[in-house]
Each structure stands twice: as structure tokens, then as C-alpha cells.
Design a protein around this ligand. Structure first.
Ligand code: UD1
Length: 426
């Protein structure tokens, strides 16, 4: 999958199709990546089901293999990971910089082996993305942290295990909570994380850890309590469907005035998005575990803020902004999570959108007829935003740098074609 980037593929979309049909949501990127790291906490097999075929999974798999784990794709979207052979406690720099989630090998390596080293993680350039919350958590549990040749080296000092403690997170960081929780499950005694992230993917990781023999309580609240255990064992778990992908399909249905059944949409964790889609005039109905989303008639403008869960997900900010370019009036958008989420604005303007923005807010005037142009997918969700715009743009839109889309969306062009869209990957 990594070769796709080298060959620089692009999407060419011919806009104007009204989407119609059914589409199935793949497994959640932000859960599966953390779950893959959690497998390093035991030397027994961890089997994950509903694993999406996305490049972030492939590159994290390479990283896990590089540190000595076995990573094997099984049939039917399953992935087997065995961390019994881990013998390198340092994440190779070229792999750690591919995505943000890779840094979550640190907690498991530290907890089990007492040593973990890594360069600062990569991922989308959507803000400063510090890792202080992760490091402060490790430190609070008795680890020392040094910077050696640009890498963070985290060492357990004293006994055989980290030591449970009560810690406050300055920010309810998603990957920070996941990383510290994974370190705490094997610590001696109790760890309390106050101001923990409550995102569904954090909750699912906690449930997986419990299946592996951990004792995490307070799941879904901002206070997690973790009673450390001496060892974890293998487990099999199904990755939840991706709420961001589901939200992207919902926007695609409404913006094209279409009628789409989104199978496997995790609607109980999509309240904020469903609420905003209805506010614009879209129809969203739950049907036997699926969401049927239809767009009918003129769209209303709205204001929204992207917030930590259960607020509107920052990953759906850019897709929703695209929808508002077609709403009848002025919409105001505020980003409250990342400080550089507005990369999509310039690209949407190339397609004809009327948007002005600051570092964290955008004002969108609509409806503007969009027209095909040559644009770039500047990060995974900015890529989704331009793709959605291309669906309603007149003529052909060429989207470059789609390796960003490959990081988070499985078989995107194939799924779009299934709904009637004229799209080619060239
Ligand atoms: C994860 C998701 C990403 C999603 C984001 C917010 C993964 C792989 N990615 O990213 O798709 O958009 O959650 O839902 O799961 N922060 C600090 N200190 C830290 C860590 C973060 O101040 O140590 C700040 C960041 O600067 C940012 C905010 O916290 O402003 C949110 O970041 P965080 O929740 O950590 O997001 P990620 O885990 O990187």
C-alpha cells in the first residue's frame, strides 16, 4: 500500500451524480491502530476483526513487525498480532513518522519491557500535536524521560513494574489517554486518569484491554480507574465501525440530494453529526442498525463547533464545511480541537466555494455553484472535504495527494462507484 504514494495516484471525479444505494462502513481507524498497539501487552495472540484495509494499518503493521511482533492478515478482515517475540524497544523513525498512532507503541513497550524509545510521531499536519500528556502520564507512573539524538527515551526506574498513581490530563487527548491507559494496565496498584478522553475509540480500547484481563472502570467517563494486573492474555475483538467514515457518507448523501443506506453506521455515537445534518435539512433515519440519509431540497446554513466527544468530531469539520457551501445563507464554523484544521479552505475555494477563514474559524457563504478544478488532499479529512465537493462540482475534478485519503478510507473509489459516482483512480 505504501507504494501507492510513490506512484502518486490521483482521483478524477466527474461531478453531478445523485448518490443512490447502499454502502458499508469499514472498521474504525482510530480504534484499530490503538488496538494493534495493545497487542504488544501480551505474548498471546490478539485477533482483531473488521480491520480496515487502509495504509495506516499497513504502516503500523510494519512498525510492529520491526520491533519483533508477528502481524498476520487472516481471511475476512481479521488481523492476528502476537507480541511474544518483541525484542526491539525502539520504534524505527521512518515508520513512527508515518502516523500519529504509532506513538502508542510507547505505553505497551514501557509497561511490559521497561524501556521504549521513539522519535516524535507523524500524522496529519493539522496542528502542533504535542505529546506532553503522554509523557507526563508515563512520568507520573515512575518512568524517566530523556531526549537522545532527537528521540524520546522512556525508562522504567525502580521495580519491575510501573507504579499506579492519580494523574490529571491537561487536555483530554485521545491518543494520550489510550497510551497512558495501556501503560497503566500492567502497573502496580491503581491508576486514576482524571480528564480522560471519552471518544468511542478510547472506550473500545478499554473494553479490549478488559477482554485481555485488564481491570479498567469508568469507561466512557472522564475519570478512568485502572487496577493494575500482573499479566494480560490474548483476546479476540471486533473493531467498531468508523463513525467518521459514516459521517462522510452521510454528507455525500445530503450534498448530492441522494438517498443512501449506510450499513453498519455506529449511530449511537453519532448524535452531534446527525443533529447537524438534520439542522441543514437532511433526513436521517435509523433502520435496523443502518442509517438511511437523504438530501431533499434547499439546505439551511448553520453554525457549529468541533469539540471533543460527544461534541461534533473535529474529523467531520471539513466534510461538514463542504456541505455548508451548498446551504442557503451564511454558516460559521469554529475548530476547538486542532490549531491547523483549515487546510481544506484554500482547496474548496479553488472549486468555487466562498469561504474566509482564520486559524480556527471559517465563514462560508452559500450556495455557490462549484466547478471542477485541480486540487489536493492536504490531510485525510481535508481530502474528504474536496472529494465531497467534487461530487457536486460541474465537470471534472482532479484530486492529487490521495495517499492521505488512503490512510483513513478503505476502497473509497470502489464504494463511491457503488453509489453511482463517476470516479477513477489513475
Ligand atoms: C486522535 C485521532 C484524530 C482525531 C483526534 C481528536 C487517532 C490516531 N487520531 O488524534 O483522528 O482528530 O484524536 O479526536 O486516534 N494535545 C496536547 N497534548 C498532548 C496531546 C494532545 O495538548 O499531549 C492537544 C493537541 O494539540 C490537540 C488536542 O490535544 O489540540 C487533541 O489532540 P488528541 O486528542 O491527542 O488527538 P490525537 O490523539 O492526535
Amino acid at each position: 500500500m505504501r507504494t501507492q504514494q510513490a506512484q502518486a495516484p490521483r482521483y478524477v471525479v466527474n461531478g453531478g451524480t445523485v448518490l443512490d444505494g447502499r454502502v458499508r462502513v469499514s472498521g474504525a481507524k482510530n480504534e484499530v491502530l490503538a488496538a494493534m498497539c495493545a497487542a504488544l501487552l501480551t505474548d498471546e495472540d490478539v485477533i482483531l476483526e473488521n480491520v480496515p484495509d487502509i495504509s495506516d494499518v499497513a504502516s503500523l503493521g510494519e512498525l510492529l513487525t520491526a520491533v519483533g511482533a508477528e502481524v498476520e492478515r487472516l481471511e475476512s478482515g481479521r488481523l492476528r498480532i502476537n507480541g511474544g517475540g518483541v525484542n526491539l524497544f525502539e520504534a524505527p523513525t521512518e515508520l513512527i513518522t508515518e502516523n500519529r498512532a504509532s506513538f502508542q507503541v510507547m505505553g505497551p513497550l514501557l509497561a511490559r519491557h521497561g524501556l521504549a524509545a521513539s522519535a516524535p510521531p507523524g500524522g496529519d499536519v493539522i496542528g502542533q500535536r504535542p505529546i506532553d500528556v503522554h509523557l507526563e502520564g508515563f512520568q507520573a507512573m515512575g518512568a524517566t524521560i530523556t531526549r537522545e539524538s532527537g528521540r524520546y527515551v522512556v525508562r522504567r526506574t525502580g521495580g519491575q513494574r510501573l507504579v499506579g498513581t492519580r494523574l490529571f490530563m491537561d487536555y483530554p487527548s485521545v491518543s494520550g489517554t489510550q497510551n497512558v491507559m495501556m501503560a497503566a494496565v500492567l502497573a502496580e496498584g491503581q491508576t486514576t486518569i482524571v480528564n480522560a478522553a471519552t471518544e468511542p475509540e478510547v472506550q473500545e480500547l478499554a473494553r479490549l484491554l478488559n477482554l485481555m484481563g485488564a481491570n479498567v472502570s469508568g469507561i466512557g467517563t472522564q475519570v478512568l480507574t485502572i487496577e493494575g494486573v500482573e499479566r494480560l492474555h490474548g483476546a479476540t475483538a471486533r473493531v467498531m465501525p468508523d463513525r467518521i467514515e459514516a459521517g462522510t457518507w452521510a454528507v455525500a448523501a445530503v450534498i448530492t440530494g441522494g438517498d443512501v443506506v449506510i450499513e453498519d453506521a455506529p449511530w449511537p455515537v453519532m448524535d452531534a453529526m446527525i443533529n447537524k445534518l438534520r439542522a441543514t435539512g437532511g433526513t436521517v433515519e435509523e433502520q435496523d442498525g443502518s442509517l438511511r440519509v437523504t438530501g431533499n431540497g434547499p439546505l439551511r446554513p448553520l453554525s457549529f463547533q468541533a469539540l471533543p466527544y460527544p461534541g461534533l468530531a473535529t474529523d467531520l469539520h471539513a466534510p461538514l464545511a463542504t456541505l455548508l457551501t451548498q446551504a442557503n445563507g451564511i454558516s460559521v464554523v469554529h475548530e476547538r480541537v486542532f490549531d491547523n484544521r483549515m487546510l481544506y479552505v484554500g482547496e474548496l475555494r479553488k472549486l468555487g466555494a466562498e469561504i474566509v477563514s482564520t486559524a480556527s474559524s471559517a465563514i462560508i457563504s452559500g450556495p455557490t455553484p462549484l466547478h471542477g478544478a485541480h486540487v489536493r488532499a492536504l490531510d485525510v479529512r481535508a481530502g474528504a472535504a474536496v472529494l465531497l465537493a467534487a461530487l457536486v462540482a460541474k465537470g471534472h475534478t482532479v484530486i492529487d495527494e490521495i495517499h492521505h485519503l488512503d490512510r483513513g478510507y478503505e476502497r473509497l473509489d470502489e464504494k463511491l462507484r457503488g453509489l453511482g459516482v463517476e470516479i477513477e483512480r489513475t
